[in-house]
Design a protein. Structure first.
Length: 429
């Protein structure tokens, strides 16, 4: 059968729910002047909603917006996409979380011809990393609208106190500076980052890439036990074990790690740039006057942080209003709106918004410079690109926890690789 349930809801239940939710799918059709757009609660969405009257006036279309929280959004997609409902036109979705599932199940329309035939849209303006995540089997199934890159947060005052004139440019320098600052400042950790088995995978990925590794190879085989991967696990875990907070837990997500940094208890912190305002907001941070940002430090393979699309826009393949759905995406993901979003603090996927001084004016100067490096060298994923993402993260995240707690990280990587390969084989069936 072509369509499968996203979260395991039975087909019978899905069908019953879809009939109640969809109301028969009225309002569709290629001649419909109403475009039904489903968006998530996000500052990008709020900005777009404010600009909608302009689009409606220019296009002659009416935009019917459904705005939901992430869990509600997933529930609605589960019901409607699985049932083949045609009352969704434009969909805001997470390419790295459900993108492969949606594309594999043909929930997303192929936009390749529309994109390539529209010279004004300038598909070449989109960064390569984010576009990788919205492309499936060489078909463009979505357009990235919001990006994230991993950068290094650091304390300028602590570097100066320990005699360092610049933040670390390499992972070796990061370790050395973290050790020195920790020794010079009792009670302050040299480094902090996510430690939770699944949560840490995304931020660990930049270390993995910078050591020359990845989760799978070009043939789709598991590679979390290569020498490069083992070195990355050992480095990340060792840095936290030797220079992390005292009595470090192994279940920290970004919020716990960020709190340690913003309360002045750590010198270095690697994290997504999208969270930077937690460190620069005086109501949340004690390090506002001393926080700095730098490009992700280079490993043996160079500086290769992730550069990912956290959200994208796609067209429901069952929509009967695809032409007008595309008109909305042309506008919402176009150069003008991308720049407007960028200036409002929402990092975009177009190269032009980063090259435009207006696009980086609202960012701290050093963060904008770090982002430039990340967007140039970035890798387009921060987790395994699979259908069952949560399960995969649990598997490949185990060696992180084992490395932090001082267990045999190399042996753990071997065990994880065998489990991950079985997972990949099972998913391919």
């Amino acid at each position: 059968m072509r369509r499968r349930s996203i979260i395991g809801t039975s087909l019978a239940v899905v069908a019953a729910m879809s009939l109640a939710a969809c109301g028969g799918g009225d309002g569709g059709g290629e001649d419909s002047k109403t475009v039904r757009v489903t968006l998530v609660n996000h500052v990008w969405t709020e900005n777009i909603r404010k600009a909608l009257p302009e689009f409606e006036k220019q296009s002659g279309l009416t935009v019917d917006v459904t705005q939901l929280g992430e869990d509600q959004l997933s529930d609605q997609y589960n019901v409607k996409l699985n049932a083949g409902s045609d009352d969704l036109d434009v969909m805001m979705y997470r390419p790295l979380q459900e993108g492969k599932l949606f594309a594999k199940n043909k929930y997303l329309a192929d936009l390749s011809e529309r994109v390539k035939s529209d010279s004004a849209f300038e598909i070449g303006d989109f960064q390569a990393g984010p576009m990788q995540a919205t492309t499936y089997e060489d078909n463009i199934v979505g357009l990235p609208i919001i990006t994230e890159q991993e950068v290094l947060y650091y304390r300028k005052d602590l570097l100066t106190k320990s005699g360092f004139t610049a933040p670390p440019k390499t992972l070796d320098e990061l370790k050395a500076q973290a050790a020195k600052i920790e020794a010079d400042n009792p009670g302050v950790a040299g480094f902090v980052a996510r430690t939770g088995k699944a949560a840490a995978v995304t931020q660990f990925s930049s270390f993995l890439f910078s050591f020359g590794g990845d989760f799978v190879d070009s043939s789709g085989k598991a590679t979390v036990n290569t020498e490069q991967a083992k070195q990355a696990y050992a480095y990340y875990g060792g840095l936290l074990r030797d220079h992390g907070p005292e009595n470090i837990s192994t279940d920290m997500s970004w919020s716990e790690a960020m709190a340690i940094f913003t309360q002045g208890k750590a010198a270095f912190y690697t994290e997504a740039n999208s969270l930077y305002k937690n460190a620069t907001d005086p109501t949340k941070s004690k390090v506002v006057d001393s926080v700095g940002f730098a490009a992700f430090p280079a490993g043996p393979a160079g500086s290769k942080p992730y550069n990912i699309p956290s959200w994208a826009l796609g067209v429901n393949d069952s929509s009967e209003n695809k032409d007008n759905a595309w008109k909305f995406i042309q506008w919402a993901a176009g150069k003008e709106q991308a720049l407007a979003q960028q200036t409002a603090g929402v990092p975009g996927a177009r190269a032009s918004v980063w090259a435009n001084p207006a696009g980086t004016a609202s960012y701290p100067k050093d963060l904008a410079e770090a982002n430039t490096v990340s967007t140039a060298n970035g890798v387009g994923h921060d987790r395994p690109l699979v259908v069952k993402v949560a399960q995969a993260r649990e598997i490949v995240g185990q060696p992180i926890v084992d490395a932090i707690t001082g267990k045999d990280a190399a042996g753990s990587a071997d065990t994880a690789n065998a489990a991950f390969q079985k997972f990949l084989d099972d998913e391919a069936k």
